[in-house]
Write a protein that binds this ligand. Structure first.
Ligand code: GDP
Ligand code: MG
Length: 190
């Protein structure tokens, strides 16, 4: 069984906790109207199944770290990032400042720890069926990171399958890297 740690990051009130509840829970999670900010971090665990990794179907135990976007917790981010296999960025395209705020998360969670773009994905989180701000352009840091538009109410199943595709691609990269390391060990490169 594979074990994966993913961090979920982005500005406050972008929909991270709602998304985390939805992804980690097979049942419907009602959206509450009152905003409850996440304090520092909340860790959700779930099993992802039916992951196509190099044409084999596998399962993975996923730890989803729902990180508070409040800058007051910024000093904790390096510790929360440690040993993560992937980063999921979330922003609300209807809030103009969100696209800009994502850069700070990219610096802390991708650039500083030296994560690769292939370990990242961006979810543009739409509410209430609003669609006007599709295709928001993020800064150059995000040029090579897939940006997916998600809407829990209308396209929840697609969100689940997009998420599984992301997990599968991380696992495929990890297994490729492991094979490469084994070859390096065998050829004495390490
Ligand atoms: N109407 C509506 N509200 C939503 C939706 N998704 C999230 N919210 C609300 O938006 C706020 C922020 O969501 P939350 O997931 O806590 O954001 P976080 O700070 O990024 O974790 C909360 O008050 C949610 O209830 C949605 O699809 N429709
Ligand atoms: Mg939250």
């Amino acid at each position: 069984m594979y074990k994966l740690k993913l961090v979920l990051v982005g500005p406050t009130e972008s929909g991270k906790s709602t998304l985390a509840n939805f992804i980690s829970d097979a049942t419907e999670t009602p959206i509450t109207e009152t905003y409850r900010p996440t304090h520092c971090v909340r860790i959700l665990e779930f099993e992802a199944t039916n992951l196509n990794v190099n044409n084999r179907y596998v399962k993975a135990d996923v730890e989803l770290w729902d990180v508070s976007g409040n800058p007051a917790f910024e000093p904790t981010w390096p510790a929360l990032q440690r040993d993560a296999h992937g980063v999921v960025f979330v922003f609300n395209p209807d809030k103009e400042h969100h696209a800009r705020e994502l850069d700070a998360f990219h610096t802390e969670f991708v650039e500083k720890p030296g994560m690769s773009d292939t370990q990242c994905v961006v979810f543009a989180y739409f509410r209430d069926g609003r669609q006007e701000n599709r295709g928001v352009k993020l800064s150059n840091h995000f040029n090579r990171i897939p940006q997916l538009e998600v809407n829990i109410d209308e396209e929840g199943n697609r969100l689940r399958s997009d998420f599984n595709t992301f997990i599968s691609s991380i696992l495929a990269n990890l297994s490729e890297r492991n094979e490469q390391e084994e070859m390096n060990i065998m050829s004495g490169k390490n």
